[in-house]
Design a protein around this ligand. Structure first.
Ligand code: FES
Ligand code: FES
Length: 240
């Protein structure tokens, strides 16, 4: 008989007690056991980012984690972004700039963008594109997604300038993130810690996966960071 474990997930400030097998992924438990179906499942291989949630202030692929690994941890999902009827600036920006078509990728993009804007409010355009490139939109609505994230960044900076800090539960806007610092840049987003390979000598490593997609605008061909690293390794090996 498969052993089950009792775990507690703190999702959007609420505790969910769950009994689950060790083999089940975090995204499955969030959707099936906690009933929070806003987090989507796409590839289940860590490529598309549709399942992105924020775990302890870091955006993660919920399809690549076991639920038992998140036991006792704080998780934020797309359901926790709005504060009642008041949308988070990133949600409003996606509406205003038509940042979604079918909307399948949207929860993942929202959580990724919120996480990076909270961690690096003053992030530059180039770096923002690198971070967003880790998620895929099957409708290829990238230009509007970029516009929406830029607009949300401006709006969040405005709020930070008037209120002295980013929107957060402590500012009376529960659900608007857990960032409590000032507007000055904080630690870089994990996706940016390594210099993107394409900056080195202007080489643009395109992954075999992305090269196959005729729908991908050139900027987005290097979307999978894992594939980027693999491509770089191959390149280095072939140079040596
Ligand atoms: S479903 Fe998790 S990355 Fe695609
Ligand atoms: S809006 Fe359809 S997948 Fe992105």
């Amino acid at each position: 008989m498969t052993e089950k474990f009792d775990i507690t997930l703190n999702i959007n400030g609420r505790d969910y007690a769950v009994r689950t097998e060790a083999r089940r992924t975090l995204v499955d438990v969030i959707r099936d056991d906690c009933g929070l179906t806003g987090t989507h499942i796409g590839c289940e291989h860590g490529i598309c980012g549709a399942c992105t949630v924020i775990l302890e202030d870091e955006a993660v692929r919920a399809c690549l984690m076991f639920a038992v690994q998140a036991n006792g941890k704080k998780i934020r999902t797309v359901e926790g972004l709005a504060n009642g009827d008041t949308l988070h600036p990133i949600q409003q920006a996606f509406i205003d700039h038509h940042g979604l078509q079918c909307g399948f990728c949207t929860p993942g993009f929202l959580m990724l963008a919120v996480n990076v804007l909270e961690r690096q409010p003053d992030i530059g355009d180039e770096d923002m594109l690198d971070v967003l490139a880790s998620n895929l939109c099957r409708c290829t609505g990238y230009q509007n997604i970029i516009k929406a994230v830029r607009a949300a960044a401006m709006e969040m900076r405005k709020i930070a300038a008037t209120e002295g800090h980013y929107p957060s539960p402590s500012s009376g806007r529960a659900g608007w993130g857990s960032f409590r610092g000032t507007v000055s840049p904080v630690a870089p987003h994990p996706a940016l810690r390594a210099t993107p390979p394409r900056r080195r000598g202007g080489i643009v490593p395109t992954s075999p996966l992305r090269r196959k997609s005729p729908w991908s605008p050139p900027r987005w061909r290097a979307a999978s960071r894992k594939a980027q690293r693999a491509a770089c390794r191959v390149r280095r090996r072939s140079r040596d």
